[in-house]
Design a protein. Structure first.
Lengths: 225, 224
């Protein structure tokens, strides 16, 4: 949503330390280390041992950051998007600019491919993470939705997709678009041998999607914790 | 001089106003993190952070990172409403930060000098008269090619890896995918075309079946 100059104005810079240079010679990974430091400074937890790139048997193109309780992010150097492998388990993509002695943390996109239209500023990124927490807490308290996720990170990934729906689609579309999101989570349609069985299962999903979306919209419209 | 002081005072007041705004919000309020961003940006954009000169320049980046971490820790406790030293109304924020930064640069410079003094002295070869530095004789860490050939051997020998495959595609096994994606360093797009399987299927199969095995192997072999 934001233009590049706006993103630059709102960016925060962290230095490239000698420890970062000793750890790796890949600029995207310096970015990942700087993003880890930034997230820790903002009070989040990061799990360094769980990120892929620190394993020597990982491909050079990968520079992920494991944000505790949220999921996996990928650090993307601006201008280097073509070399990024957008893993399917990424919650989103942090855009950085690599300078001679510092990393500017520029913005965040919750989908791939990244274009100027879907990059949010780091201020909006922080608000987005807050919305995810509120959304996840709200639906986590409701036993009727429990079957929709396996664990807290899975729930967060689902909330992130539904948040995009909330931002980008009209309320009347939530029912049908939400059904696609819920079914995209790998759930098979139960009793799908007959045509009317399929339709019934779809209607169940649509009902579920609509009620989840209404609950989430209620939380996101009144963002007071 | 008077102008400079006036500006400094202005920035300090600005920073304290942002901190007060932060503290007025309940713990866990999402706007708090935006205010943290605004505080840091105000400091970074002010151009008032101290910079070392001369040989101390090389320690600046490390000292600056330590200073930012110190700043965050001493602003407030994230989980409680307790405030730190920088929130004290009479704290001159930039002056205090600069003092910390200057001390960290100093510490790092002293540390580096004492390390250099402890390093083995260069030696002169009697016959050739050339100077050699013992540090240069230390072999570089094992590079990736060594690890690659170990993985290749493992793929060759472990037949169980051949038995795990993408559903409905018996030829797309763990062995095949590690070989074609990781070792051949191909992109998902290329591997997907070779296998005639969508990227999302391959990539999730890789996450589920290949990465965990690679990690266990890596650990068992002592590489990580």
């Amino acid at each position: 949503m934001a233009k590049l100059t706006e993103l630059q104005e709102l960016s925060i810079e962290l230095p490239i330390t000698s420890a970062m240079r000793q750890t790796t010679d890949q600029p995207a990974r310096w970015g990942a280390i700087a993003v880890e430091a930034y997230l820790e400074m903002q009070g989040f937890g990061v799990d360094r041992d769980d990120c892929y790139w620190r394993n020597p048997l990982e491909k050079g193109a990968i520079a992920d950051v494991m944000l505790r309780e949220f999921g996996r992010l990928e650090c993307v150097v601006m201008g280097d998007e073509a070399n990024v492998e957008p893993g399917i388990d990424r919650l989103g993509y942090v855009m950085v600019v690599v300078k001679e002695k510092s990393i500017a943390i520029l913005g965040f996109a919750d989908q791939w491919p990244i274009d100027a239209e879907n990059v949010m500023s780091i201020d909006d990124w922080m608000l987005w993470l807050g919305e995810l927490v509120m959304g996840s807490q709200a639906i986590g308290q409701m036993p009727e939705f429990e079957e929709l996720w396996q664990d807290a990170v899975g729930r967060m990934a689902l909330v992130a997709r539904l948040n995009r729906l909330y931002r980008e689609k009209e309320a009347w579309e939530w029912r049908y678009e939400g059904e696609k999101v819920l079914r995209g989570e790998g759930r098979e349609l139960a009793g799908a041998s007959r045509e009317d069985g399929v339709n019934e299962a779809r209607i169940d999903f649509q009902d579920l999607a609509e009620s989840v979306m209404e609950r989430l919209a209620c939380v996101w419209q009144n963002p007071n914790p | 001089m008077a102008d400079g002081n006036g500006e400094q005072l202005g920035l300090n007041q600005q920073l304290h106003a942002l901190m007060d705004e932060y503290l007025a919000l309940p713990v866990g309020h999402p706007q708090r993190r935006v205010l943290v961003n605004r505080i840091v940006r105000s400091i970074q954009r002010s151009g008032k952070l101290w910079r070392p000169t001369g040989t101390d320049v090389e320690f600046y980046e490390d000292a600056l990172m330590l200073t930012w971490r110190h700043f965050w820790r001493n602003l407030w406790e994230q989980t409680t409403a307790k405030t730190g030293a920088y929130c004290e109304p009479d704290c001159a924020v930039i002056a205090r930060l600069n003092e910390h930064l200057r001390m960290r640069v100093h510490d790092l410079a002293v540390e580096a000098r004492s390390e250099a003094a402890q390093r083995a002295n260069p030696r002169q070869d009697r016959e050739s008269g050339e100077w050699t530095d013992p540090i240069e004789q230390v072999p570089a860490p094992t590079s990736e090619p060594g690890l690659r050939s170990v993985v290749e051997d493992w793929l060759e020998q472990d037949e169980t890896l051949q038995q795990v495959h993408v559903r409905g595609k018996p030829e797309i096994t763990v062995t095949w995918l590690i070989r074609e994606y990781l070792l051949a360093d191909r992109k998902w797009k290329e591997v997907s075309a070779m296998a005639d399987v969508p990227i999302s299927t391959l990539s999730s199969f890789y996450d589920r079946e290949c990465r965990s095995r690679l990690q266990v192997f890596c650990r068992d072999e002592g590489y990580c």
